[in-house]
Ligand binder design. Sequence first.
Ligand code: ADP
Length: 550
Amino acid sequence: MDAVQDTDIDLRVLILAPTAKDAQITASILRESGVPCHVCKHISEISAEIGKGAGAAIITEEYLLSDRSNALGNILAQQPAWSDFPFLLLTPAREPSEAARRRMDLLQHMTLIRRPVQVIELLSAIRAALRDRTRQYQVRDHLAERDRQAEELVRERDRAEEANKAKSDFLANMSHEIRTPMNAIYGLSQILGASKPLTAKQEQYINTLQTSANSLLALINDLLDISKIEASSVELERIPFNLAQLVNDVTSIISVQAKLKQLRVVIEGNLDYSSVYVGDPTRLRQVLTNLCSNAVKFTEKGGITITVNEGNADRRGMRRVTLAVRDTGIGVTKEQVDTIFHKFVQADNSITRKYGGSGLGLAISKRLIEIMGGTIAVDSVPGEGSTFTVTLPLQPGTEEDGRHAPLALTSRKNAAPAQGRILLVEDNFPNVLVAGTFLEQFGYSFDVASNGHHALEQLQNQYYDAVLMDVQMPRMNGWDTTRAIRAEEQEKNRHRMPVIGMTAHALSGDRERCLEAGMDDYICKPFDAQELRAKLKLLIPDKTGLDSLN
Ligand code: ADP
């Protein structure tokens, strides 16, 4: 009876017999053996006693048969899930009748004791039933404890969420409040900077004022972002954008810093120059800018390579785009890799002193990319460099979207002296950057057309001195485009436009194929800058007169 004594519940045995005498005899046997019991006068008492913690019940078969209103059945049906109240049924020695069998089924957890009752057998069955009931109460207590803990956890989660929301709201409000006067400081310092004359000292003060205002503004923007992300109130835009344009914008921004540190910035990959996607370009630009400016910040020599790859469309029509930013900088250790994406975490304490920053950029980038359905990962070797890779499913835009996300990539307006204007027909974004950079260096201005159709349209609207034509392009290739240009010239009696083909093949027969399509010359990729310059010079008359001076 150890288990029974362990429990704080009064595990009494209920006795329900047709006659008071029978009940008393059974009760005295139990009491003599130290088993607490209670004689019930009526079935309704059973229900109340079970509620108070009774351990088992002894009833006689006669009683079971006399329970016509099925009161016992109703009591048992109301048991909670953990409860299976044990019964000991005293039956006559003969086989039970059919009616008795059906009533027995009702009791579910039942031990049959045949009369005349053997006291040892009865006591052993009672003890087994009480042990079983004890275990049921233990299960009940476990379940109650588990429910209590689950409720406590929910309460704690709610409290934490509330606190977090209050903190995020506070951050958002404060950031807004600080931004307003900061805008005034920033704007006025710009106005002040533009007002002349300024002494060298004044200019230096204003520059410092602007740099400080800028970094404060950047920090506030980051705080605002992280609080929005934590309050789950980031709403992503869904607008068409040109990915090459976005990469180019970011590259232009970081190139200034990179140049100051004499770092190379290279773009690689298979990005189609005319690829239009529908998504949130502002957020994606923010992430890429963060990765690129970190790359510049943490690199002292070498350079930064941005690799953009467009995967094939999946079943839903989404393309998996990978943007990798590789640098040759200080790198991070394996242990730091696990933490640098947490907010306010920098690889080590010396970072703030040496490089500044808040440790928020990567946390924001990670959350933004995850909200967009992508991932961000880092691969790094300390002292050699890091590669941060963003993988993102992006929905390709339609032709109509393409018209809403036009390309604005041309040579910089102030870099267009009178050497001439070139139409660069090229669909591959890295190649555009390479050829475009060369053209600018030679002093040509240029526009870009991403395919043959686009080139023909541009030629109608704008004067060019020559066309630099990639031969392999989607929709309309370079050879067909050149044929179309020549046909148009003939039809409209126009002067002949110099066309230089760009091929990646370098095979014999390439030259013939280009010339046969109507091109004036061709150049193999990767091309040598001086070779390109020489070919252009041959075809475009010098307008500056500088040649004769060189
Ligand atoms: P911040 O640059 O403002 O410190 P980030 O969240 O952008 O914050 O970066 C967190 C930390 O990760 C940086 O402080 C730095 O220690 C590490 N880190 C990020 N990018 C690079 C990188 N390209 N090379 C080396 N360490 C990096």
